[in-house]
Design a protein around this ligand. Sequence first.
Ligand SMILES: [Zn+2]
Length: 472
Amino acid sequence: MLNQTGNFLKRILHKISPLLIFFVPLALAMEQWACGAKPLPRPTYTESEHRRRLYPLSSESKPRQTPAPKTVLIEKTPSSSKVAEREVKPPPARVAANDRTQVTITLAPPDLTFQNNAAGEREAVYRLKKGEALYSAVVVRFTGRVDADEVNALAQKILAYNGIRDATKIADGTPIRIPLRYLDDEILSGKMPPAPRPALPAARPRQQSRQALHVILDAGHGGSDPGTMMRGWVEDEIAYDLMLRIKQGLQNRGVKVYSTVHDKQTGDQVNSGSTLANNRDEYVKVTPEYYMEDSRVALNLRIYLVEDLYRWMRQRGIPAENIILLSIHLDHLHPSLGGAMVYFPGAAERSSHYQASGRIYRNYKESRIGTIAFTRRENDAAETASENFADDLIAGFRQAQIPVHAYKPVRSYVYRHDHKWTPGIIRYSRVPVSVLLEAANLSNRDDLWRIRSAAFRQRMAEAVVRTIMKQD
Ligand SMILES: [Zn+2]
């Protein structure tokens, strides 16, 4: 039987192979024409390959198993009004935040109400406002999913749950029912801010002069890992360009800047033309240099390099609060999402130690230190300091009229495959202020249009520099 099937497949393949030889190059040429891009001398990845390269899981970062959602304990109230929901029980302890069997909603976003479905299970309800789309106004906003595939998949599930066939034909005011198992933990634990965060008051006072600030800049990807590619624009090159502009601005103001990545071809030269370099010449500045053949190794070496720089600074008496780590990336999210987003390391998302496993790490001075350990106290302090700095960054962008993510521009995680995910570079950094900036969503038409402009990138870099200078 197997043999017969094998022969059958062989015959089919034999018959269609001449067609493939003709159609595949044609399809590729059409795609290049449609995108208006010159062929890139780089490998292209599928979405999942890209994600794997982009966000490799180190040995420490395997997602923990979240218990399957059972019954959610929400006190029954006479009506489903949001006021009643706010009065029940004190907020759960942070440790219980992952366990949805223990969760009580204490403070929901103002537009979200709760009721029982036909089976007697609690569900959230949101009424779509004029001009709102299910993807951004419901899925992105309330479920913490941002990746295109995940937003689309969850939107389909929510549509099916509501018995709606076509997402594009939902009338304004239609109540969208959302099973609680899809809601972001921050809503269930009452931590979700009810409205966009207001700008914070003046930055915290600091003893040292601004010359004493030390900033580590990490431009994402590079070498054989270009990151996201969109119409000829490549994430690693845009990130490197932003990094150079920020570096220049900071150095002009007397700040000491360290970078984790160097591009042998571009060097420190900011390119003010309308195009950017597109090369594989970036390396991680470990000893000896690492040219990023493997993006997982590159990430781990970056983590060790940041730790090495941090230890070196601390040994020289530089106060921890004068050190900042800023990692720069560009996103590849659902196209409905636009604007800048900043990640900070949440204490709950961190583990107690980090170590990359593999023989390759014996070859580099920085990764020979082995384990990086985190204390609970350090993690709590880093969460607060980094979140404050992330808020300041977003406020600075708003001031400079640089678009930011509509609902939640500052976050410690997003959901990927139903698990919380935080970028490794900040998750495993002991620098008290560590943030990752997703400067724009390259899948969003307006974001891509803006970030292609050197003037816009300069404006963004200056907003970052101004925010950093306010930290002293
Ligand atoms: Zn990236």
